[in-house]
Design a protein around this ligand. Structure first.
Ligand SMILES: Cc1ncc(COP(=O)(O)O)c(C=O)c1O
Length: 384
């Protein structure tokens, strides 16, 4: 029997083959392979879909975070607050700009940065020498980086209020939440947001890619310069990066962009099915809000690894996002400024979270197989 995969990139190519190959042909004929009209057209379309004033494409989601932090004013020696429950790139980007990550626990429902914990953290900081910017162990706390984990939009309204009162800006890791919004507000109304077009994302390229969304013209302009070696009219006023999007990736992404709504609808229908059909002992994620993005469907259970092994034996792939908290990675841990504070809620997610297949190419029979296999595990183990 065919395996139920966590993602099915080949099915995506099959579905849009003609459209995608036409885009590739167009780039080949143009002879322009880095930046250029294809990239510009994609950036404009992306900004519109994400309700941002500007979308500036870069070479990856990691670079999008790095450049968004630099352009938002994070400097060497600063401290930046984030969640410990994320892909390693979140903390890596903070360290790459010369800042030190500080970790604050997540909300037990959303798995995103918890406003109450953020407030508690800032209460332990010292007043800065001038203005509202708080200081932690002698470091200016210049930014807060919420992660819209699994596509769920963090509580940006509360986080913004707390961050702004403490003189920090918000830079969101929206790698898993392309086209997400929060009620009537775009993500960019809270600060810059970094997107990833890694192939497994809801809007995936045929390689690496990313973008920074912002409403701030100065931030957009600085990122355009930073992604091209810091050059501005041929002169490098600051050291930059080589982080541009290929025209080929832009053409592929532009061809896929109009299908994003359909992708979201399919994934949401799958999530609704799981929510209705999974047995009661499975701890489901909260229902999606309107502006959330359905990227991963992550359940929780104390016997997570046994369940994953059982599903694997039944031909069903699963994923663990994330088994290690960010400060547990040796490369991050060795660069921290003192011991990280304990984050018991995030630690529970790391022990219990299991993502089930949710991609848009799943057939009803695939979903039925997943549910039946989960039920069988419960029956074998007396779970009710
Ligand atoms: C939460 C999160 N942050 C950052 C990244 C980094 O994106 P990229 O792989 O495009 O560099 C990813 C991608 O996997 C991610 O899921």
């Amino acid at each position: 029997m065919k395996r139920v995969e966590l993602v099915d990139l080949a099915a995506g190519v099959r579905e849009h083959r003609a459209l995608l190959l036409a885009a590739v042909e167009r780039v080949a004929a143009s002879g322009r392979f880095v930046l250029g009209d294809e990239v510009l057209a994609f950036e404009q379309a992306l900004a519109e879909v994400c309700r941002a004033r500007f979308a500036v494409s870069v070479a990856s989601g990691t670079d999008a975070l790095v450049l968004a932090l630099v352009a938002s004013g994070v400097a060497t020696g600063d401290a930046v607050v984030t969640t410990p429950l994320s892909f390693v790139a979140t903390a890596e980007a903070i360290l790459r700009v010369g800042a030190v990550p500080l970790f604050v626990d997540v909300d037990p429902e959303s798995a995103c940065l918890c406003p109450r914990e953020l407030e508690r953290f800032f209460a332990t900081c010292d007043m800065g020498p001038s203005g509202p910017t708080k200081v932690h162990r002698g470091r200016r706390v210049s930014a807060v980086v919420p992660v819209h984990l699994y596509g769920r939009i963090a509580d940006l309204v509360a986080l913004e209020e707390i961050a702004v009162a403490s003189g920090a800006c918000l830079v969101a890791d929206a790698a898993q939440a392309v086209a997400g919004v929060l009620g009537a507000r775009s993500l960019t109304s809270f600060g810059a947001a970094a997107l990833s077009f890694f192939p497994t994302k809801n809007l995936g390229a045929w390689g690496d890619g990313g973008a920074v969304l912002t409403d701030d013209e100065g931030v957009a302009q600085r990122i355009r310069s930073l992604r091209t070696h810091g050059l501005d009219a041929g002169v490098a006023e600051e050291l930059g990066y080589n982080s541009r999007l290929d025209a080929l990736q832009a053409a592929v992404l532009a061809a896929k962009l109009p299908t994003l709504r359909h992708v979201e609808e399919r994934r949401r229908a799958h999530a609704a099915y799981y929510r209705a059909e999974l047995p009661a002992w499975v701890r489901r994620p909260p229902a999606l809000a309107i502006g959330d993005v359905c990227h991963l469907f992550t359940v929780r259970g104390s016997r997570r690894d046994e369940l994953a092994a059982h599903l694997d034996a039944c031909g069903i792939a699963t994923g663990v996002y994330y088994r290690q908290l960010l400060f547990e990675h040796p490369a991050i841990h060795s660069r921290l400024d003192g011991a990280p504070s304990s984050c018991p809620v995030a630690a529970a997610f790391a022990r219990e979270a299991l993502s089930l297949p949710i991609h848009e190419h799943l057939a009803p029979t695939d979903l039925e197989r997943v549910v039946a296999a989960v039920r069988a595990f419960g029956q074998m183990n007396g779970l009710t």
